[in-house]
Design a protein around this ligand. Sequence first.
Ligand SMILES: [Mg+2]
Length: 194
Amino acid sequence: MKKIMIDLDDTICQGGYLEILNDYFNTNYTYDDLDDYYVESLVPDGKLDEYLDYFYSGKVNVYDYSKPLPDAIEVIEKLSKVYDIYICSAYVDRRRVRGSGVMALFKHDWIIRNLPFIDPKKIILTGSKELVSCDIKIDDKFSNLKGCSDIKLLLDAYHNRDYDDDKLKSRNVRRVKSWREIEDILLDENVIGE
Ligand SMILES: [Mg+2]
């Protein structure tokens, strides 16, 4: 079976980061207010340290607010019948190296609860996704699609729209807008069976 590496945040599930920030600062930002990858760009000046202490305190779990993207779970379950699936997510925040360990626990819990058909030994929590070598990669972050995979799918997101078609093509990356589109591409017999 071919191996697929699938990212977690903004690829399988979404939400939480902005909701927690809004709760903490009593603000009403939406994802339209963001052009940066990290929602912390919306933290008021001088408050970032305090906010990161709170975020990584273990008292708040971003995955309690997070929801699967439409069709993601159903399509991944179908793919798991014909592909060897690895869920790969980065959890280390260099600004809070010690505190960010709690994210590994939260991610692990979300994955085993929501993707029970994935072998728990195929959960890769890391800071070095580029070391993972596989046939197919699915991620919303362009820089995570480096390496020599045959198929690289970039899930469309507010923070990756600056990469135009030429740039994607030069790196052999294809932009996809939904999990139904991923299903159509990867459940093609020619792609499965090579
Ligand atoms: Mg992601």
